[in-house]
Design a protein around this ligand. Sequence first.
Ligand code: NAD
Length: 323
Amino acid sequence: MAVHSTVRGPSLGGCRMWTYANAHEAVRDVLRLSEAMSLKAAAAGLAMGGGKGVIALPPGGLPRGVRRADVLADFGETVAVLAGRYITAEDVGTSTRDMDRIATVTPYVSGRARRHGGSGDPSPATALGVLAAIEAALERTHRSPALAGRSVAVLGVGSVGSRLIRLLTRAGARVLAADIDPSRRAPAERLGARWTTPGRALTARVDVLAPCALGGILTAESVPRLRCRLVAGAANNQLAADPVAELLAARGILWAPDFVVNAGGIVNIQEELGGRSYDARRARAQVRQIGETLRGVLDDAEARGVTPLTAARALARARLAPA
Ligand code: NAD
C-alpha cells in the first residue's frame, strides 16, 4: 500500500490484484500508481490525495471463494491501520463486490455497490470522462469535437474499454477494438466495433488511439509506428518514460495526459464521499468537466510551448504544493 500525498485530503486509489514477476515490480507499480493518483485528483481539482493498494498474487490466477475473502480481509486490515489516510476502491483485478467485502473490516472503502449507498462500478464514469476528453482534444486535432465519422482504435475491451466503445459507436464513430483476451471479441462486435489484433490496433491509421488496457504502451519503439493524430484513453501510466511525451509531440501526435483523461472514476467517487447521498446526475455533470480541464491544460501547453504532460503536471503540482 502506498500513500503518496494527503495535502489536499485523504489519499484515494484503487486496490490492484495482479501477478507480478517479483516483489520489486509490485512495489514499483504501487509507487508509480499512487503518484499518478495524486496528480489525477489534483488536476481534477478534487479535495483528495493519491494512494494505491496492490495485492501481489503468486502465479496461478486470481484467488476465489474463501481464499479471496481472506486475502481481501487482510488487505482491509492494513487499510484500517492507516486510519483514513488511505481510502481504497476497485481497480484491475478487483470488483465492487470485493469492496463490499473489505467494508466488513474497515470503513475506508469507496466504490461500494449502489445498494449499499455507494457509487458502484467506476468504469462507466471513467469511460464518460474519456469520451469528454476525446471530444475536447478533437477540437485541437480536427477543429471539431464531433465523433461522427471519426475512427477510434480502442485497445483493451475490459470494463472501461467496452463502455467507451458503446459511447463512441452511439456518437457515430467507427471503432476498431482489440484485446489479448479473445473472449472480448463477441461483446466488442455486439457493440458495433470491428475486431483486430492488439498489434494492429496500436498502429492502425485512425483519428484516435484510446489505450484502455495496461500502462507502458507508448515507448520509444512504438511511437514512431503510430498512425493516429490523437492518443486519449483510460489506461494509467501510458508513457513508458517521460521523454516519450516529446517524441509524440515531435511526431505531431497530440497525447492527452492519462491522469487528466481517466479521472472520471475518482470524480464519481468524490460524489460518494462528499457526505451527501450519491446523485448519479450530479456525478455525470462533474465527470464531463474533464473535457474543460483538458482544454485548460492544452491551452497552457500551447501558450508555453511545452508538452501536455508538462502542462498537466504543472497544474497538479501547483495544487499539491502545501499551503
Ligand atoms: P479491465 O481489467 O476490466 O480491462 C483491461 C482489459 O485489457 C482486459 O480485457 C485485458 O484482457 C486487456 N489487456 C491487458 N493487456 C492487454 C494488451 N497488452 N493488449 C490488449 N489488451 C490487453 O480494466 P479496466 O477497469 O477496464 O481498466 C483499464 C485501464 O484503465 C487500466 O489501466 C486501469 O488502471 C485504467 N483505469 C481504470 C479505471 C476504472 O474506472 N476502471 C479508472 C481509471 C483508470
